[in-house]
Ligand binder design. Structure first.
Ligand code: FES
Length: 123
């Protein structure tokens, strides 16, 4: 069964390979985790904002996730690169890891997080 939708941004706030929108998600332990959404090849992708290398947020300036080519999401700390449409590690110290994907829906000019009960908490 699909979860409840929570508004995270207006569609026009998340532009193709532009700045991402930051938001938070509730973790299983009642805490919250930082998250972000970006647009790539027309679709919105959202992930927990936590690098697979070390548990740090990716953005090099607030909301800046894409590398200069606009082809990868880049971690500012040691340069791990992730595929925007899967969150899988493309290069760098995230080898074998990936970003934790979050389900979203886009309709009526808005982007919504599909809230899940099972967002991990392995911190
Ligand atoms: S913390 Fe992201 S590459 Fe090391």
């Amino acid at each position: 069964m699909a979860g409840r939708e929570r508004l995270i941004a207006a569609s026009d706030q998340v532009v193709e390979r532009g700045k991402g929108v930051r938001f938070t998600v509730d973790a299983a332990n009642g805490d919250w985790l930082p998250a972000f959404a970006v647009r790539y090849r027309g679709a919105v992708y959202a992930y927990v904002n936590r690098c697979a290398h070390v548990s740090l947020e990716l953005d090099w300036n607030e909301g800046e996730f894409f590398d200069i080519t606009g082809l990868y999401l880049l971690c500012a700390t040691h340069g791990a690169a992730y595929f925007p449409d899967s969150g899988k590690c493309a290069a760098g110290p995230c080898k074998g890891g990936g970003l934790h994907p979050l389900e979203t829906a886009e309709h009526d000019g808005n982007i919504y997080l599909i809230e899940q009960k099972d967002i991990f908490d392995d911190q």
